[in-house]
Design a protein around this ligand. Sequence first.
Ligand code: PRP
Length: 180
Amino acid sequence: MHKDLESIVLTREQIAQKVKEAASWLDEKFKDSKPLAISVLKGSVFFFCDLLREMKTPVQLDFMTVSSYGSKAQSSGMPKIVMDLAASVEGRDVILVEDIVDSGHTLVRMRDLIMGRGAKSFTTVALFDKPSRRQVDIKADYSCFEIADEFIVGYGLDYAQQYRNLPYVGILKRSIYGNV
Ligand code: PRP
């Protein structure tokens, strides 16, 4: 285990199992469609790749970089589009892939933006849901894990851009982020 972690909450095997289940759910939902899957960078990148490789449905991919936290532990409440999509979403069934839904501001911003651009449908899949932190009334259509309000890192999730490439998810020691 990484020295900055207090404990591991999910092993790579536990994550892989849930990713498979999420892929099956998407396959069933989109069996008659050719969806466009969007990764909300950077946090969702590992989940996105693993999820799409487990899917049997042919999907197209696109990416958007959205940032609301910077190096802070609290959401700014105003997610910023740092890099926009390359593809048009008009008339498309869009699958938005998030690592975590926390305050919910990013999901609201993405939904409004994508539906505002004329998408046919908008489906969200999140690896983690932290309902206790919600500030706006929104929920992913599919969440792999509901978690308590702990500062977790790994498998895409960061603190100050670190720990993203840990293959498991763990709780960060308070001493690392305590002065934020
Ligand atoms: C994180 C995370 C989600 C968003 C969720 O992104 O990846 O996109 O915050 O938080 P919210 O529900 O409070 O909006 P962040 O802005 O930290 O960028 P990152 O993906 O590059 O880590």
